[in-house]
Design a protein around this ligand. Structure first.
Ligand code: S3P
Length: 172
């Protein structure tokens, strides 16, 4: 479907909620480019996220997240998948709220835990009890994700169902 998007669409939500999988499908359907911020950062820095956290620290990563999102929002109209912490940063959130339409992809704890347990690439979940860390992050972050323009549940449906809910929710 060819649409004339006035603003980029930014997907936010917890690790494992499906931002990248849904985002790439949404972009394909809307015929606009898809940008995955974690991938952009890894490409620009020439190292995986886990290594950036280890070598340069989380504050440095959060800064990279903010500048990368800012650059992309000011140069193109696209669908953007953010990392789970991006929208939690006040400045990054303000930027997204001002320049894009934001979508919170919600998923239940059990669904997220099952999905994040498949990989060990997420530094925030390493070195401790994944379930406890995830629960704690959800408690702190979910009220903030709710500041997004719309919220879409992804716990049960297939990715394409979530895509359709976003299109409907944003009135595209
Ligand atoms: C993070 C989520 C990750 C990645 C980094 C930090 C977070 O992205 O940006 O490990 O703070 O929740 P995903 O949400 O794509 O896993």
């Amino acid at each position: 479907m060819s649409v004339n998007l006035q603003k980029s669409i930014v997907l936010v939500g917890m690790m494992g909620c499906g931002k990248s999988a849904v985002g790439s499908r949404l972009a394909m359907k809307l015929e606009v480019p898809f940008v995955d911020i974690d991938y952009e950062i890894e490409k620009n820095e020439g190292m995986p996220i886990a290594e950036i956290f280890k070598e340069k620290g989380e504050p440095h990563f959060r800064n990279l997240e903010k500048t990368t999102i800012s650059d992309i929002l000011s140069t193109r109209i696209c669908v953007i998948a953010t990392g789970g912490g991006a929208f939690i940063n006040e400045e990054t959130r303000a930027l997204i709220k001002e320049k894009a339409r934001s979508v919170y992809i919600q998923a239940d704890f059990e669904v997220l835990l099952e999905r994040v347990s498949r990989k060990n690439t997420r530094p925030l979940l390493e070195g401790g009890d994944k379930a406890a860390i995830l629960r704690d992050l959800m408690e702190k972050r979910c009220p903030i994700y709710e500041k997004a323009d719309i919220m879409v549940d992804s716990s049960s449906g297939a990715h394409n169902v979530v895509v359709d809910k976003i299109i409907e929710g944003l009135g595209i």
